[in-house]
Design a protein around this ligand. Structure first.
Ligand code: PLP
Length: 380
């Protein structure tokens, strides 16, 4: 007996190739991983130094941080969430695994958008739950909706939705999320809302599922808006009647998240201007890419509503997105992620670029991409 075979993150393979080129002295523009290149807010770093000096450095679950998260919901969307419903996790990753094991049995079927974040599908397979991919390609504007849900035959025990989404940055309006939540309720499907990109939007702000689906599981993290991906800290909001089971699963799998990260994250909410300045930088990069990529022959782009990704159709240039990314990296030093991470069916015709980089890196990437893509267009 052995565990299920699941694919790697191909973006990780690109990352290893990039690191090897870097060791050879090559300059790399890293747009393959979804992580802000700007470090955490300065107040977080200062709080982390204090936390390491003074502790506690053991297994802790910071009540103060859970209270601060509750206050965040009150301040940003006027919701009163009891602190008892907020559980700290080692990133959204641990929150997702705990959700899949706490709420679903082996063999249960959980719906996901395709394209979507690969770990939903892969961890469900590893855990013996069945991912049910729902085609949310360009013809559906990369969005899950009640119609696509209705197209799924058979039981559907859960549905994972991410708005903004990875890899497309598509978002659901309040009405769209409400309609999806209602369709889930009618079908007896538990809604899991991955809100990791909340706070990073280029039009209207994202709406939390807590507003329209009180029984939804909400997953969030300090990795994106708060720029703390390596600190391995996130949270989930569970309905009161599931909290004890969630706690049991979380502590058995993961014990507690890093103690210094918890202490430091309390400060992450205190300087909204700092958080917004980073988002303004992403907005500037987004505008630059949106203006320039089509002139390089990359016309198949849906402008992202949120998050910090472009998911780009390169089907006229390649039918093998991993080979395409490897070649691009080797020739130019620009690292991007292959679409096969996000879509096992059509992903060979797509790539994902993260623009959570500096403005200068965006300018550099465009200068490197321009001649390479034009040359490639001629030879394709
Ligand atoms: N969910 C989505 C949609 C993501 O894009 C990511 C990471 O990129 C995660 C969850 C996992 O994030 P973390 O475990 O760093 O909080």
């Amino acid at each position: 007996m052995r565990g299920a075979d699941i694919p790697p993150f191909y973006a990780g393979e690109i990352g290893r190739q990039a690191a090897s080129l870097q060791r050879q002295g090559r300059r790399i523009v890293a747009m393959h991983f979804g992580q802000p290149t700007l470090g955490p807010p300065p107040a977080v770093v200062a709080a982390a130094h204090r936390a390491i000096d003074t502790g506690p450095n053991g297994y802790v679950e910071s009540l103060e941080l859970r209270q601060r998260i509750a206050r965040h919901y009150a301040e940003t969307c006027g919701l009163t969430i009891p602190v008892s419903r907020i559980l700290l996790t080692s990133g959204a990753s641990a929150a997702l695994v705990a959700t899949f094991t706490t709420l679903f049995a082996v063999g249960d079927r959980i719906g996901l958008a395709r394209p979507g974040y690969p770990a939903y599908r892969n961890s469900l397979v590893a855990l013996g739950r069945e991912p049910v991919e729902i085609d949310c390609g360009p013809s559906r504007a990369f969005r899950l909706d009640p119609q696509s849900l209705a197209s799924v035959d058979g039981p559907l025990h859960g549905l994972v939705v991410a708005s903004p989404s990875n890899p497309t940055g598509s978002m659901l309006s309040r009405e769209q999320l409400g309609a999806l939540a209602a369709a889930c309720r009618a079908r007896g499907t538990r809604l899991i809302s991955d809100e990791i990109y909340h706070g990073i939007a280029y039009g209207s702000p994202a709406v939390t599922a807590l507003e329209c689906a009180p029984d939804a599981i909400v997953v969030n993290s300090f990795s994106k808006l708060y720029r703390m991906p390596g600190w391995r800290l996130g949270w989930l909001v569970a309905p009161e009647d599931c909290v004890a089971r969630f706690s049991a699963h979380l502590i058995n799998f993961f014990l507690t998240p890093p103690s210094a990260a918890q202490q430091a994250a309390i400060a992450a909410f205190d300087d909204p201007a700092d958080l917004q300045a980073a988002v303004d930088g992403y907005a500037c990069n987004r505008a630059m890419l949106l203006a320039e990529l089509p002139a390089m022959g990359l016309a198949g782009i849906a402008p992202p509503d949120g998050a910090f990704y472009f998911y780009v159709d390169v089907g006229h240039l390649t039918q093998d997105s991993l080979a395409f990314c490897r070649e691009l990296l080797d020739d130019t030093g620009v690292a991007i992620a292959p679409g096969i991470d996000f879509d096992p069916v059509h992903g060979n015709c797509f790539v994902r670029l993260s623009f959570a980089v500096s403005t200068q890196e965006t300018v550099d990437a465009l200068a490197l991409l321009r001649p390479w893509l034009l040359r490639r267009r001629v030879t394709a």
